[in-house]
Design a protein around this ligand. Structure first.
Ligand SMILES: *Cc1c(COP(=O)(O)O)cnc(C)c1O
Length: 379
């Protein structure tokens, strides 16, 4: 097979993200037995570094689940929602809708509270929904990848607690890019994945599970097999995975998390993302006719959504601009498909995304923005 034909593009999409050379090379480290002591050499530090990134010690257990972020979201629903209870799914965009669909497709009694695209969760409307539906479990999205909104999970989790419900958080697209404040928000479960801010290939869901979630799961009669967090945790306590893991990805993960924690440093990583958010905002301000889409005060540190002027069509973004950026060596993100379909139908302007997550650096981002600006001017 002629693999020289595979393009090496710099991914500025919102996952999968650009993988550093050292992490790429780690894919050629030796395969190993996942029940052998070789497993421990990779997984003991992986577990420890994940806890460090989350800012927790023994308040949460952490497990790796084969699959991806959605698999871990599904495990949270199947393990923590009984069929005789209501789950409230708060959504501010496509990924909030995904959590709701997962609940519905698992036969749970699910109701959705939907905010407009671009807006963050609003406490008063959440309170009204809690009063109306008296849910046992409430799901929410930390960072809505389709709209670039980062929600205040701390205040909404505490509101959910006032009503005696268990909060669950989808942090798939933000974990590793900012301080997630797990100990302040204290959800029963917080879920993420490898291929976004951790800058690894996809392959595992990652779940932080509080003791109260384990107690709750005991009361849920049918939790499935690989979707059962209790079974998952039995393996995780041995630094193992319940089902056979992708050992290539574990090799890469061991190397990448060690780099994040011990070479770049957690604080430096978070600061780099905050600086890149400011960098993109400053660039957008200089582009005539373009503006920031996400609600002010809730704009993501790891991706930015940009509303294009009327003169730039949906198809121009998706086809012309994307292909021109490909020629320059980049994969451009023309916006979340379903969101742009809705915007088009509503007669609104198109939205594109700039992913600045993972191991994108301010220098790389500056080059990208320069080149993107040149191409936008040519549209
Ligand atoms: C990407 C993403 C998901 C889905 O994760 P997969 O790893 O693709 O299953 C869920 N939620 C959010 C917020 C995401 O960004």
């Amino acid at each position: 097979m002629n693999t020289s034909d595979f393009a090496s593009l710099k991914l500025f999409i919102t996952g999968p993200t650009l993988v550093r050379e050292e992490t790429r090379q780690a894919a050629s480290l030796p395969e190993f037995g996942h029940r052998d002591k070789e497993n421990d050499k990779r997984c003991a530090p992986i577990m420890e570094h994940l806890r460090a990134l989350a800012g927790v010690h023994d308040e949460y257990e952490v497990c790796l689940i084969n699959g991806s972020g959605s698999t871990a979201l599904e495990a949270s629903v199947r393990s923590l929602v009984r069929d005789d209870e209501t789950v409230l799914n708060i959504s501010v965009g496509a990924f909030g809708d995904l959590y709701h669909n997962i609940a519905v497709n698992n036969g749970k009694r699910a109701v959705q509270l939907r905010f407009d695209n671009g807006c963050a969760m609003d406490a008063e409307r959440v309170r009204a929904a809690l009063e109306e539906h008296a849910p046992a479990v409430v799901t929410m999205t930390h960072n809505e990848t389709s709209t670039g909104v980062t929600n205040d999970i701390e205040s909404i989790c505490s509101l959910v607690r006032e009503y005696g419900a268990l909060p669950l958080v989808d942090g798939v697209s933000i974990f590793g890019g900012t301080d997630i404040g797990l100990l302040s928000a204290r959800p029963a479960m917080y879920v993420t994945a490898t291929q976004k801010c951790l800058a690894l290939p996809a392959g595992f869901g990652i779940a932080f599970v509080a003791p109260e979630a384990m107690a709750k799961a005991e009361t849920v009669p049918v939790r499935g097999h690989s979707s059962d967090i209790l079974r998952q945790l039995v393996s995780a306590r041995k630094n193992q995975m319940l089902t056979t893991p992708n050992t290539t990805l574990l090799n890469q993960m061991a190397v990448q998390l060690d780099y994040i924690v011990n070479t770049e440093g957690i604080e430096a990583r978070f600061a780099r993302h905050a600086a890149m958010r400011d960098q993109v905002h400053a660039w957008v301000e200089k582009q005539d006719g373009f503006d920031l889409f996400a609600q002010q005060g809730y704009r993501s540190p790891v991706l930015t959504t940009v509303r294009a002027p009327e003169s730039v069509g949906f198809d121009a973004l998706k086809n012309d601009l994307k292909e021109r950026m490909r020629v320059r060596g980049y994969l451009f993100d023309p916006g979340y498909g379903k969101l742009n379909t809705q915007m088009r139908e509503a007669g609104e302007r198109p939205i594109f995304r700039i992913g600045h997550m993972g191991d994108i650096t301010p220098d790389l981002l500056a080059e990208y923005l320069d080149e993107l600006g040149e191409e936008l001017a040519r549209l």
